[in-house]
Design a protein around this ligand. Structure first.
Ligand code: NFS
Ligand code: SF4
Length: 657
């Protein structure tokens, strides 16, 4: 009898899968300890090739149907659906799911805001009244002579429409440049309300409904816009109002922020409401005393992933790493408690936590994980949950048994560039505006602006594509705006300090050195991509760079994306007018009509378009070529020939700094 073939387990070489040295060090330790992570699982799980091409459909029980990506028009599904329908529907559902994630998060923040405004929630308050007024004014609310509460109530009523409105246009469309909005109206992609758009998207992708890829694209564009200019934007703005608008702060990033002699608590997820409350709890004198009584020098609160990025930009809370480091950080043995809420929480974390005696807590009713203890978090009694996490973390500290190894790597950088702060930074307090940014783009010192965002993914070398791409962009005078896990990759690589300006091209370097800013500006979490949309609108409004977002010399990228949220973000950037390049993989077969629609035809319709390459240098080349194309269309191609400044220019910039 033939011997049964046993699967050989492929061993990873940590230095091959990440450029993050701390993560590599912990992956080596994990191997010694016999602990498995997503890096190991990715190496041992070949991605399904049909799924990777999105050439299959399981929307009904006549299937699942598999088409052939090599010969995409040779076959159709049992119902007759062709490759374009199948791919468009799959893509649409990714957009719907990603938009739902951001939008549900935003709605949670809206719930909190309602409670604060009505006085039923007292653990939080309105912190930034200037921002409150500005947001209210931006959507046409009269603020003159009204109290903070009155403005907040009106703002609440308006913003609720972002989600629940059945007809009309969501409130933040008032911020969209008029010509861009006109184009949306022409193509019928102005969102009515996010719930309606997501619901209609799910309906239209049900078996036997929308079977024309252009029409499906119309609805997923509208759905994505209800995220970017809707759910995500509401989240960002209300979070700023309640927790404070970010301004630059110097922060420590990387695993070295863990402290062996302190109670280490990591919060990982996406809801700053949880994190803000934990921050209150760790500042509680009785709990600090309890930690000391347990023999600790103090309580060390650390963030990871997106809520970590929000706390980093708002409060300077140290950050231990991005998505692909969440399991690795537990291998230190130093984490006493890991508190999570929603999104990007790997189920594998529970097992790794158990191996090292780390207590893992889920807090949100939407996300329970086997092996983790659930301590429900409620806005109206936030501290009950977060105090409990701290108390349990202290107990774990006292009973630590496993040896501790913390990588001694800490990177310090400057983060927290809200679009409000960019105005102030470049324009100075007296003439805060986007004029200096636009001027520097017009005169060619800054060639253009790129948003580099998104996840890390074990299918590519962690952080490497982000870092190489950004280096290439700044070298070519492209100013880089960042959010999410990408921002942490660049922080670890040391590019978020003003001194990194030496790595920039001569024009960008001059601007950075005059203002004292890094060439890479960290804006916060993934929902804060909405800040990039607002910045783009401001650039259009300022003048001199055309009258649509599509006309701006800007481009976007998510070089190591993995989540459906990233696809939703990519689509709202594309629909808004931005050329957006993804790396890693792309879930559409090249050469199909649907592919052509997303990669070429949307641009002809006055929107942006998609691009794909896994290679960072090619990605930079594509983005720069696009920026140059837009510069040329604006008649700015000549100005880059004279990047030399005259004295008057220089004085104006110095006065601004
Ligand atoms: Ni964004 Fe945040 Fe990171 Fe990707 Fe996940 S943490 S919302 S999805 S992995 S950047
Ligand atoms: Fe197959 Fe059509 Fe059913 Fe999809 S909807 S599984 S293509 S029969």
């Amino acid at each position: 009898m033939e011997a049964k073939k046993t699967d050989t387990v492929k061993l990873i070489n940590p230095s091959d899968v990440t450029i993050c040295e701390a993560t590599a060090q912990m992956l080596r330790k994990a191997q010694r300890d016999g602990v498995e992570t997503a890096f190991d699982r990715a190496a041992n799980m070949k991605a399904c090739p049909i799924g990777a091409d999105s050439a299959c459909c399981k929307h009904c029980a006549m299937g699942p149907c598999r088409l052939n990506a090599k010969d995409p028009y040779a076959k159709v599904g049992v119902c007759g659906a062709d490759i374009d329908t199948i791919q468009a529907r799959n893509f649409a559902r990714m957009v719907a799911s990603g938009s739902a994630a951001h939008t549900d998060h935003g709605m949670g923040i809206l719930d909190l805001f309602r409670g604060v405004v009505n006085g039923t929630i007292t653990d939080y308050k309105i912190k930034d009244t200037i921002k409150l007024e500005n947001v209210a004014k931006s959507i046409g609310i009269e603020t003159e002579g009204k109290s903070t509460t009155e403005i907040a109530k009106e703002l609440y009523t308006e913003l609720e429409k972002t989600y629940t409105q059945l007809e009309g246009e969501i409130p933040f469309t008032k911020r969209v440049p008029p010509k861009t909005l006109e184009n949306w109206r022409k193509h019928n992609i102005v969102p009515r309300g996010a719930m309606r758009e997501i619901m209609e998207m799910m309906h239209r992708t049900h078996m036997g409904v929308d079977q024309q890829y252009e029409n499906i694209t119309q609805q997923f564009s509208r759905t994505a816009l209800s995220d970017g200019w809707g759910g995500s934007m509401v989240a960002t703005e209300l979070e700023d109002i309640m927790f404070g608008t970010p301004s630059p702060v110097c922060v420590e990033v990387n695993m070295g922020v863990l402290k062996e002699n302190q109670v280490n608590i990591i919060i990982h997820g996406h809801e700053p409401s949880l994190f803000e409350s934990v921050l209150e709890s760790v500042r509680e004198p009785t709990l600090i005393q309890a930690a000391k009584d347990a023999g600790a020098a103090g309580i060390n609160l650390v963030g990871m992933c997106c809520s970590g990025a929000e706390m980093l930009v708002r409060h300077g809370i140290p950050h231990a790493g991005n998505f692909m480091s969440t399991e690795a950080v537990l291998v230190t043995g130093a984490v006493d408690a890991l508190g999570v809420d929603v999104q990007c929480i790997k189920q594998g974390l529970a097992k790794v936590a158990a191996c090292y005696g780390t207590l893992m807590f889920t807090t949100n009713s939407r996300c329970k994980i086997e092996g983790a203890v659930h301590i429900p978090f409620h806005d109206h009694d936030a501290k009950a949950c977060t105090d409990e996490i701290v108390i349990r973390a202290i107990t774990r500290f006292k009973n630590r048994t496993c040896p501790i190894e913390i990588p001694k790597i800490v990177n310090t950088g400057v983060h927290g560039f809200s679009h409000e702060y960019i105005t102030y930074m470049l324009g100075g307090s007296f003439r805060g505006s986007y004029t200096p940014l636009n001027d520097n783009i017009i005169n060619g010192r800054i060639r253009g602006v790129a948003g580099v965002v998104g996840c890390t993914n074990p299918r590519v070398k962690q952080d490497w594509v982000h870092v190489e791409l950004v280096k290439e962009l700044i070298k070519n005078d492209v100013l880089v705006l960042q959010t999410g896990c990408s921002q942490i990759a660049l922080a670890k690589a040391g590019l978020t300090v003003p001194e990194a300006a030496v790595m920039a091209g001569p024009g960008l370097r001059e601007v950075c050195e005059t203002v004292g800013m890094p060439p890479v500006l960290g804006l916060g979490a993934c929902v804060d991509n909405s800040r990039i949309l607002v910045a783009a609108s401001q650039m259009v409004k300022e003048g001199g760079l055309g009258d649509t977002i599509a006309g701006l010399p800007v481009a976007g990228a998510a070089p190591e994306w993995m989540s459906e949220k990233a696809i939703a973000i990519g689509q709202y950037f594309v629909a808004s007018g931005v050329f957006t390049v993804f790396g890693a993989t792309f879930p559409i077969v090249e050469g199909t009509r649907f592919h052509k629609h997303l990669f070429e035809e949307l641009e002809e319709m006055g929107m942006g378009k998609w691009g794909f390459t896994a290679d960072p240098y090619e990605m930079a080349r594509m983005m720069i070529a696009h920026i140059d194309k837009k510069r040329k269309a604006l008649g700015l191609d000549k100005s880059r020939e004279r990047v030399l400044m005259d004295m008057a220019d220089r004085r104006a910039m110095e006065a601004a700094a």
